[in-house]
Design a protein around this ligand. Structure first.
Ligand code: ADP
Ligand code: MG
Length: 623
């Protein structure tokens, strides 16, 4: 095109496109759901804008918030259009090529190792999946604030943008035209497209139409002679008897026949019934799984670990579905401290508002996926106003409660978790369902345990509830995970505190002289080996009226020994000498202790000082 401006793709984007084009990935189907998902996002955006400004919707067809798919078999073009928000010229340049999103390089890296292209949507680069099936793509777009523009690229490192003086005016929205590759002919089959929409785009909340062939019955004259006869027949209504007889005879042998003729019409491919509006009893496990996949943009075959679908009533009414994903996302903890990215979508009365609403869940629960649809929040206010709305606090509180319940149930239903194993195994029938649930909490813990720990640190109001979800190994747990409740149930009579020790590994800790005597006396000690545990234990002071005692710190009480005083007296001179010899800037005190068995002496930390492990962590952080 003569008026085209040329641009180069940002380097990472270019690499990504190369990978896609040369990919041997067999499941090319995914491009359609990425394009439909973008169309749906664009429709969500314009619908959201229309809440505060009706004008943006325009008039006529522009007000129809829908997605249309059309095929051109001869030219081998598949086009998908939406009446969403559209893109300005600048949007086209930025969003489709020059500004790489944070996920681009992460995805490129992933693809180079053991890439599953299926996850492309999660990395925010789903659009480029069109090059799995097309070698030339046009994006025609009209945004309210700009003229109609065309973006086009043959994925050869460059793209062009020009004012669209070639095509019909679109009205508001975007049309993606895919010039299909030779081997992608199957995407010109209507049945294929219908299947794909059913499979992947079932939960899109806008109508999706296909310009589909339809066979209709058409009445045509039976044959040429008949019809000419028919025409020649006089239209008289003489009332002549003979004529009438002739007429009725004529009607018996058909003058017309029915043939099948092909026409086109818009065929609706999805029904937009929101799953969260249905009663939880009516929704099947399979439907929840599919819904999760569409929310997570993850179309593998893994089921979510758990879900909670509920309807909150009272002052603040809302419906919500929460999922625990089968796996932690690739950047869960990487982005923990510098982003507030939540995976919760907020709807108000069925209208999508935002998926960047960090007021709904605390940070530590951001690994959950799901959706909240509120009837109480106002529709016609800005996002900023909404963010300050008083019912958000109530919603958040209830969501946390439900989320923690859901996680607690994961543990309760896991046969491996039962406190009294002998009793449980006779009680609970060994069913298939039980087998499926076996080990599910360990799986949860391995993926998201750190989030529970961060929760204990951050959420004072739910600290005790979260502490119940905590799992760890101990000197007696035999390599398995155990809980605080289980620890307490095994405490020795007379033991007041919960003993723990922190360090960099289990092996290192098990050799620790601090444990010698505790082991001899048969006390159980929790082994904390995750760096975050040090921080955790600064917040977790007690549990069910029991205090936590770090066994490498001052204050360890294992019960009195009658000889204690005597021993102390006889070593008085020695301890005094030690204290002077070590000088006060190095040690606070030198004491006779009963915590050791074989080792002659240890350095312990004062009650409120940093443990040796904490020193180690702080040092590694400042390096
Ligand atoms: P993501 O959807 O995760 O943002 P994509 O690669 O799928 O990433 O899309 C890139 C961007 O291109 C979108 O964020 C959006 O700004 C823009 N875009 C793509 N398709 C459309 C569309 N149909 N209408 C409006 N904008 C679109
Ligand atoms: Mg997308």
């Amino acid at each position: 095109r003569s008026n085209a401006e040329k641009f180069e793709f940002q380097a990472e984007v270019s690499r990504l496109m190369d990978i896609i084009i040369n990919s041997l990935y067999s499941n090319k189907d995914i491009f359609l759901r990425e394009i439909i998902s973008n169309a749906s996002d664009a429709l969500d955006k314009i619908r959201f804008l229309s809440l505060t400004d009706k004008e943006v919707l325009g008039e006529g067809d522009d007000t129809k918030l829908e997605i249309q798919i059309k095929l051109d078999k001869e030219k081998k073009i598949l086009s998908i259009r939406d009446r969403g928000v559209g893109m300005t010229k600048e949007d086209l340049i930025k969003n489709l090529g020059t500004i790489a999103k944070s996920g681009t390089s992460a995805f490129v890296e992933k693809m180079q190792t053991s890439g599953d292209l299926n996850l492309i949507g999660q990395f925010g680069v789903g659009f480029y999946s069109v090059y799995l099936v097309a070698d030339y793509v046009e994006v025609i777009s009209k945004h309210n604030d700009d003229k109609q523009y065309v973006w086009e690229s043959k994925a050869d490192g460059a793209f062009a943008v020009s004012e669209d003086t070639y095509n019909e005016p679109l009205g508001r929205g975007t049309e993606i035209r895919l010039h299909l590759r030779e081997e992608a002919g199957e995407y010109l089959e209507e049945s294929k497209l219908k299947d794909l929409v059913k499979k992947y785009s079932e939960f899109i909340n806008f109508p999706i139409y296909l310009w589909a062939t339809k066979e209709v019955d058409v009445e045509v004259p039976a044959d040429e002679d008949d019809s000419s006869e028919d025409e020649e027949k006089p239209e008289s209504t003489d009332g002549d008897e003979e004529k009438e007889e002739e007429d009725s005879e004529d009607e018996q042998k058909p003058k017309t026949k029915t043939i099948k003729e092909k026409t086109f019409e818009w065929e609706r491919l999805n029904d937009v019934k929101a799953i969260w509006l249905r009663s939880p009893k009516e929704v099947t496990e399979e439907e929840y799984t599919k819904f999760y996949h569409s929310l997570a943009k993850d179309f593998g075959d893994e089921k979510p670990m758990a879900w909670s679908h509920f309807n909150a009533e009272g002052d603040v009414e809302f419906k919500a579905v929460l999922f625990v994903p089968p796996k932690a996302p690739h950047d869960l903890y990487e982005s923990y401290y510098n982003s507030n990215k939540s995976n919760l979508k907020l709807y108000v009365r069925r209208v999508f508002i935002s998926d960047e609403f960090d007021e709904l869940l605390p940070k530590y629960l951001m690994f959950l996926m799901g959706l909240v649809d509120s009837d109480t929040l106002p529709l016609n206010v800005s996002r900023e106003m909404l963010q300050q709305h008083s019912s958000l606090k109530t919603i958040k509180k209830k969501l946390i409660r439900k989320a923690l319940d859901m996680i607690r149930k994961l543990a309760e239903e896991d046969p491996d978790e039962s406190h009294d194993k002998d009793k449980k195994s006779t009680e609970v029938e060994e069913s298939k369902e039980n087998d499926e649930k076996r080990g599910q909490y360990t799986k949860f813990w391995n993926e998201f345990g750190k989030s529970i720990k961060l929760g204990i640190i951050e959420d004072a109001a739910n600290r005790n509830r979260l502490a119940k979800l905590l799992r760890f190994e101990t000197t007696k747990s035999d390599g398995k995970l155990t809980s605080l409740d289980q620890y307490i149930s095994r405490m020795k009579s007379g033991q007041k505190d919960i003993f723990y020790i922190t360090g960099s590994s289990k092996e290192q800790l098990e050799k620790s002289p601090f444990l010698e005597r505790l082991k001899k006396k048969n006390f159980e000690v929790i082994l904390f080996t995750d760096p975050v545990d040090e921080y955790l234990m600064q917040y977790l002071m007690d549990f069910e009226d029991k205090k936590f005692q770090n066994v490498s710190k001052e204050g360890l009480k294992l019960g009195k020994d009658s000889k204690d005083k005597e021993v102390k007296e006889s070593f008085k001179e020695l301890t005094k000498w030690w204290k002077e010899a070590l000088a006060s800037e190095n040690v606070d005190d030198v004491k006779i202790s009963n915590r050791l068995a074989d080792t002659p002496c240890v350095v312990v930390t004062s009650k409120y000082g940093w443990s040796a492990n904490m020193e180690r962590i702080m040092q590694s952080q400042t390096l």
